[in-house]
Design a protein around this ligand. Structure first.
Ligand SMILES: *Cc1c(COP(=O)(O)O)cnc(C)c1O
Length: 427
């Protein structure tokens, strides 16, 4: 499958039925799996044989869908998680423990910011935040001897900054640590971070991958390129025996291609149990089957709406990297030549009050804590998803209090623009 184009992988990747087997991926609705002998099962527990024994760790339906996403991202291994939050937590905690340090772009999803700056800080993991367009020198200065990973988002939610993935990868690698990229908004249809040097890619599959607003989920993909053993002193969890797993050394036994996801499954999924349900994985796969058809339409609508808003006298500013003159236009052209996503951010001249009047008047665009859905929706991040952030943190993340995040769905763009027009008249 890896030789096929993205479109074909979206439709047929991850699962190839044998003779007489179901054409669509089967939902393996079973918590457990049967074996003939204790010895057979013992081999699974020792990671001597691959197979299933309990759905808290692994389930065939999930693995078909994870394999499709791995193929889409050009990775070597992947796992599904119950949410995007779980995916980012696992990806980071798989290599950073108490006493360790992370370098992170300040322009990230509010939930991830909270996870890293509050909850993981309580676990003894410190983070230095850097601006998404910091210089190489500034990025270098953020590292400490105990830094274990660099984290950022291809297109940040909701600030819509575009990360210079190549630069972040280069600096991360110079310090002997991997770059983890949350590729939720771009999806592998519009950007494949591993090709630009990223080592681990995460997703909130809740967004475009599902695309229909039906199932919360996440995914972690390993690019299989990071040489853990070359930095064994930094990553003892991967490069020394795991006493909780019969003394296995993941990087030795599973190599660059498999160590990260195997450890993440065998330790973190075993202990935290944030598995995606097989039913949700099935829904996710239905979404993936049309991802390559939907993304261009989301982008077409996003571009048309961004251009319309940009020319409107009541609009103070529009953020969309497809607009010439946008701060991220050039970097967007490099990493997202076929379009970015359907999410457009803009600020009305009347600030927070105008934003709320405007949003109330919209008929097609519903106010929702959601993005990347087939149905257009909108949100004022400062009064919802990002309300835990101080004004200074909001400013650092590029989210003014009066900003509206509009997620353009798959409707007709003329209808979307007419809806915006009548709502703008109400202000
Ligand atoms: C939504 C989102 C998350 C969190 O994902 P959930 O599925 O809601 O847990 C993480 N990163 C980004 C970029 C997101 O948009």
């Amino acid at each position: 499958m890896n030789n096929y184009k993205t479109d074909t992988i979206c439709v047929q990747g991850g699962y190839t039925p044998g003779n007489g087997e179901p054409r669509q991926i089967p939902i393996v609705q079973s918590t457990t799996f049967k074996y003939a002998t204790s010895e057979d099962m013992g081999k699974l527990f020792d990671l001597e044989a691959s197979g299933y024994f309990y759905t808290r760790l692994q389930n065939p339906t999930n693995d078909y869908v994870a394999a499709k996403i791995a193929q889409l991202e050009g990775g070597t291994a992947a796992m599904l998680t119950s949410s995007g939050q779980a995916a980012n937590f696992y990806a980071l905690f798989n290599i950073a423990n108490c006493g360790d340090h992370l370098v992170c772009s300040s322009s990230i999803y509010g939930g991830t910011f909270n996870l890293i700056s509050v909850t993981m800080a309580k676990m003894g993991i410190e983070t230095t935040f850097v601006g998404p367009d910091c210089t190489e020198e500034e990025l270098n200065a953020a590292f400490r001897p105990n830094t274990k990973a660099v984290f950022g988002e291809t297109i940040a939610n909701p600030a819509l900054t575009v990360l210079d993935i190549e630069l972040f990868a280069k600096v991360a690698h110079a310090h002997g640590v991997p770059l983890i990229i949350d590729n939720t908004f771009a999806t592998p249809v519009n950007c494949r971070p591993i090709e630009w040097g990223a080592d681990i890619v995460t997703h909130s599959t809740t967004k475009y991958m599902d695309g229909h607003g039906v199932a919360v989920g996440g995914c972690i993909v390993d690019g299989g390129n990071f040489d853990w053993m070359a930095h064994a002193d930094k990553f003892p969890g991967l490069c020394t025996p795991d006493d909780s797993y019969h003394g296995i050394t993941y990087a030795e036994k599973f190599g660059k291609e498999g160590a990260f996801i195997t450890k993440c499954t065998a330790q973190l999924m075993r202990d935290f149990g944030s598995i995606q349900s097989p039913q949700h994985a099935f829904y996710l796969n239905l979404g993936l089957e049309s991802l390559h058809v939907r993304m261009p339409r989301h982008c077409e609508n996003g571009q048309a709406v961004a251009e319309y808003l940009n020319a409107h006298p009541k609009v103070a500013s529009v953020t969309y990297c497809g607009l010439p003159g946008d701060k991220y236009y050039e970097v967007g052209q490099k990493y997202l030549p076929n379009g970015s996503c359907g999410v457009v951010s803009f600020e009305l001249k009347g600030g927070r009050d105008a934003a709320n009047t405007f949003m109330k008047a919209l008929k097609l665009a519903a106010i929702e804590t959601h993005v990347a859905d087939a149905r257009t929706c909108c949100l004022n991040p400062a009064s919802s998803t990002h309300r835990q952030m101080t004004d200074e943190q909001l400013a650092a993340a590029g989210i003014p209090a009066g900003m509206i995040r509009l997620s353009c769905g798959l409707e007709n763009k003329a209808d979307l623009i007419a809806d915006l027009e009548q709502a703008l008249e109400q202000i």
